[in-house]
Unconditional design. Structure first.
Length: 260
């Protein structure tokens, strides 16, 4: 199947998904969402484990930014065909750092107003990863042009959810689309187009780790009980998702350009 046809199919499906999200009944935020299993305080920090575990995002995002800075300073490098192809990764790792700050802010006193600042950088990270995937597997031009649009739609999906919450009829539909449908697109593009770089198939590890993180998040209270209060599912989710971000750093360190 030709590249143009594949892109038309992806574009048509994306429009269909958005229309479905508009037609489906609103998906409200659960009133119980903010009540996490581990609410223990320590050294004056409320919800200590869920707050402190976010430092893992700070480390992962920081490691990524430091790596990109070093690559920028090299006269020759094999990580990127051109330095402009690193732009989505700058956005990605910067967003991971902001995830740490936003999630600390949210978990300190969980509520809807604070959750806004937790969710915005999460969807920005996923949007940036899709842009990077398009650059490396489809076209540098397409991926770079898609980046600002993906970021705008990602942020708007969270702002729309927050606005509907303020109206008393919360609707998560578009946020769900931007988080999970974009991941499906990353998988789709990865299956259909070979990467121009080595270690391209490692993207599936990143997706698997993120899926596992979402799973343990759903099992927040159960894991807290199973581990006899040692760790909760939500704390574990932070650590696994942060490791997924660090795996991206490790991949970038190893990879080399295969096709110009």
């Amino acid at each position: 199947m030709s590249l143009q046809r594949q892109l038309w199919i992806m574009g048509g499906l994306s429009i269909a998904v958005i229309i479905v999200a508009m037609l489906l009944p609103p998906t409200p935020q659960s009133v119980e969402y903010h009540y996490f299993a581990d609410q223990r305080n320590f050294i004056g920090i409320p919800n200590f484990n869920d707050v402190i575990s976010n430092l893992a995002f700070l480390l992962s995002g920081g490691a990524g930014l430091v790596f990109l800075w070093r690559v920028q300073g090299m006269t020759t490098q094999t990580t990127f065909h051109s330095r402009k192809e690193s732009l989505p990764y700058w956005v990605l790792f910067f967003s991971v750092v902001i995830v740490a700050l936003g999630s600390i802010y949210y978990h300190w006193t969980p509520n809807t107003d604070r959750l806004l600042w937790d969710r915005i950088p999460i969807v920005m990270t996923i949007a940036a990863l899709l842009s990077a995937t398009l650059i490396e597997r489809v076209s540098s031009t397409i991926g770079l042009r898609a980046l600002p649009l993906l970021i705008i739609f990602a942020v708007l999906s969270v702002l729309y959810w927050y606005w509907t919450e303020q109206q008393g009829a919360g609707n998560l539909n578009f946020y769900i689309v931007m988080q999970f449908y974009l991941i499906l697109l990353i998988v789709w593009v990865s299956l259909c187009f070979p990467s121009r770089y080595s270690h391209g198939n490692y993207i599936y590890q990143i997706i698997a780790l993120y899926a596992f993180a979402k799973l343990v998040e759903l099992l927040d209270r159960s894991i807290f009980v199973w581990t006899d209060g040692w760790i909760s599912g939500h704390t574990l989710k932070h650590l696994i998702a942060a490791y997924a971000a660090y795996r991206i750093v490790l991949i970038l360190r190893k990879r080399v350009l295969l096709v110009g």
